[in-house]
Design a protein around this ligand. Structure first.
Ligand code: BEZ
Length: 206
């Protein structure tokens, strides 16, 4: 399988960790792109009309995106090692993945607004609205820590992987923003979760 990737992308990180935790990492051929949002890579553009990373090309030649579809595919390929095929636990895991992705959507938009867009064109009210979404997601994640299980256990879940990638991205791109303040449960959970081998192997860069 070929995975179009950028090493700074938290969505790519989530997919890579899912592959590792499902025992599929050896089957992934990582194609690291030096991509910018306004200058997409030509091979990626040929595979995916919306030019998003991560994009996965399966061994059968199917092109899969976005990250939630890819995590579903990898989980199914592994015989549902990470997320049950059906039932309440499946929907909790997918909803937690969406919660973390929602935080990341807002954080990546803020990153582009402040890093890519010229300063005179930045819109503070819009940035504040995205930060409000991030704070709302963090409150919910903090409340859900008891459901995540032991962060050092041999097996982890999709929701925990999503939470770990979201918090890791905040530390990576927004180091001055104190997401830990008033959220001790989430901070303690993340301190332990960040030590997992799959988290250590995918620390963002770029
Ligand atoms: C980043 O550089 O922060 C980034 C790169 C790719 C996707 C999302 C974020």
């Amino acid at each position: 399988m070929k995975l179009f990737a950028a090493l700074a992308s938290p969505f790519v990180r989530k997919v890579r960790i899912v592959a590792m935790e499902c025992g599929l990492a050896d089957r992934i051929d990582l194609q690291v792109l030096a991509t910018a949002p306004h200058q997409p890579d030509a091979a990626l553009a040929a595979a995916n009309p919306v030019k998003k990373i991560p994009t996965l090309v399966t061994d059968d030649g199917a092109v899969l995106y976005d990250s939630g579809v890819i995590t579903d595919y990898l989980n199914a390929e592994s015989g549902h090692r990470l997320v049950p095929e059906s039932g309440a636990a499946r929907w909790t895991a997918k909803r937690q993945e969406a919660l973390a992705d929602g935080l990341l959507d807002a954080a990546v938009l803020c990153r582009y607004e402040t890093f890519v867009r010229p300063e005179e064109k930045q819109w503070d009210g819009w940035i504040d609205a995205q930060m409000g979404k991030i704070d709302g997601a963090l409150e919910q994640m903090n409340a859900e820590v008891p459901d995540l299980g032991d962060p050092a256990a041999a097996e982890t879940g999709l929701g925990a992987i999503g939470f770990g990638c979201a918090l890791g991205y905040l530390d990576f791109r927004f180091p001055d923003r104190d997401w830990r303040g008033g959220r001790g449960a989430l901070a303690d959970w993340y301190a332990a979760y960040a030590r997992r081998p799959a988290m250590q192997a995918t620390v963002p860069s770029g």
